[in-house]
Ligand binder design. Structure first.
Ligand SMILES: Cc1cc2nc3c(=O)[nH]c(=O)nc-3n(C[C@H](O)[C@H](O)[C@H](O)COP(=O)(O)OP(=O)(O)OC[C@H]3O[C@@H](n4cnc5c(N)ncnc54)[C@H](O)[C@@H]3O)c2cc1C
Length: 449
């Protein structure tokens, strides 16, 4: 097992902290790290794609799980796969697609591990229909604070505390996942441009469940009558008959694309509000007013951002903050106030995505609840940004909403209990299961999880 001392950040590249990184290659090695942890505890880490400090453990041990990446078995009859927690969703996709199967829930990057998908209980653009990742997990093996391995099943407290539990109940070693049948590796995609937020929400609602996947890009710098304008994109797995003749010969081929890498540092002057406004304007105008049935590769539709190596450098040296929140249906005015606040303050946001969530899954700290979810990135560091985002937290909490902890790097502990009503139960289970506090992270210390 390799061991080194490293400085780690989340995908947003803010607040680096130093930890002892272990790279276990077997369950026994992982258990040895947990048993031999020092006073600052231990934490599992996947591919470090959570944006904030959820996968960091300053002064403690971090178990890099990416060497535990075996796919143990695939059963196409029962539709299940058993794999190590360090396998990436992208790898699963490569292996499953040629078999006519697809990963259960995919976020906007495939470069995350199964353990990270469970730890953050990730959601995709089909949350209305598919729920979050944990809904598709039928069992997992968890290495707990005593160094023992437990099989954890849905319907138990330990399962609900672990899915979305940000690595704080233990280390997921393996998982059994249910997968979906598909007949091609292409998506059939419809696009619509909306002139303002009302128009966008109306189109989103009218679209219903015609397509499995839906999300919209919002131009958060548009002002006046155009505030909240955006582009709604919906997609479904294309049936065989939708493919042109040449593509029908290899309908399940996995065809990833790659764009040039982002340079080590992007000049700060390209990252200001003028550039962001221009970029958003061009992107909005460049989108079709209305287009149906466009065929796209699976990676283009779901993971376009993965096509840009080191895409997290785009925000410059100081890194960036991702803010993602959800407010329930009926709280559209709160969503509107947040969008107006960002547009009024002219924060340079290059990327903002709106999704609709359906029924919540039972994870105690799982993020999705039924409603509208908006995620956006801001370059970290400008004066007043902390106060501004605290104001958004208040708006979101007052509307009964919550922010996503896997993306967070700055929430204050006081805001948390209102957003996550199962927090007390989560703390109680941890106190019972792990009285010595074996599993810790920078996020758990910051928010007293
Ligand atoms: C471009 C991009 C797009 C994204 N889009 C979405 C999206 O659409 N929906 C969404 O929900 N998220 C999204 N995310 C966030 C990301 O999917 C999650 O944060 C995910 O947890 C990252 O997985 P990872 O393997 O990199 O885990 P890490 O970031 O390394 O860890 C995340 C958390 O999981 C825990 N963890 C990791 N491995 C294990 C394990 N084996 N056992 C126990 N706990 C573990 C860690 O301790 C940590 O708390 C996006 C991120 C990026 C960079």
């Amino acid at each position: 097992m390799s061991v080194d001392t490293v400085s780690l950040t989340g995908w947003g590249r803010t607040a680096p902290t130093t930890a002892l990184r272990f790279r276990p290659r077997s369950h026994e090695e992982a258990a040895a790290v947990v048993r031999g942890r020092g006073p600052r505890g231990a934490l599992a880490r996947g591919l470090g794609r959570s944006h904030g400090d959820a996968a960091q453990n300053a002064g403690g041990s971090v178990l890099d799980m990416t060497a535990l990446d075996r796919i143990h078995s695939i059963d196409t009859r029962t539709g299940t796969v058993v794999c190590d927690a360090g396998v990436s969703l992208r790898r699963l996709m490569e292996v499953l697609l040629p078999l006519g199967r697809f990963v259960p829930v995919t976020p906007s990057t495939g470069r995350i591990t199964v353990g990270g998908a469970i730890g953050a209980d990730v959601h995709g653009r089909d949350h209305r229909l598919s729920g979050s990742f944990s809904r598709h997990v039928s069992a997992l093996e968890l290495l707990t604070a005593d160094g023992e391995v437990r099989t954890v099943l849905p319907g138990t407290d330990l399962f609900d505390a672990t899915t979305g539990g940000l690595g704080l109940t233990g280390v997921v070693l393996t998982a059994t996942l249910r997968f979906e049948p598909v007949t091609t590796s292409l998506m059939s995609v419809d696009t619509q441009r909306a002139g303002d937020l009302d128009d966008l929400l109306a189109r989103f609602t009218a679209a219903g469940d015609r397509h499995r996947y839906a999300s919209a890009r919002i131009d958060l710098l548009a002002r006046g009558r155009a505030t909240g304008r955006g582009v709604l994109t919906q997609g479904s797995h294309a049936p065989l008959q939708a493919l042109p003749a040449h593509a029908r010969r290899t309908p399940l081929a996995f065809r990833p694309g790659l764009l040039p890498a982002v340079p080590a540092f992007v000049p700060e002057r390209l990252l200001g509000r003028t550039s962001a406004a221009l970029f958003n304007e061009l992107r909005h105008r460049g989108a079709p007013r209305s287009r149906t049935g466009e065929l796209q590769r699976i990676t283009t539709f779901f993971h376009a951002l993965d096509g840009v190596p080191h895409g997290n450098r785009l925000h410059g040296r100081c890194g960036f903050v991702r803010y993602e929140f959800v407010v329930g249906y009926g709280q559209e005015e709160a969503l509107r106030r947040v969008v107006e606040r960002i547009s009024r303050h002219r924060h340079p946001s290059f990327l903002a995505v709106l999704k609709r969530f359906g029924d919540a899954d039972p994870g105690w700290l799982s993020f999705p609840v039924p409603g509208w979810s908006l995620a956006f990135d801001l370059p970290a560091g400008p004066p007043g940004q902390g106060r501004f985002l605290d104001g958004l937290d208040e708006e979101v909490a007052a509307a009964g909403g919550r922010v996503c902890l896997a993306k967070d790097s700055r929430l204050r502990p006081g805001a948390l209990a209102a957003m996550y009503p199962r927090l007390a139960g989560f703390r109680a289970l941890r106190a019972e299961l792990d009285p010595g506090g074996a599993f810790r992270s920078d996020l758990s210390r910051r928010l007293s999880l």
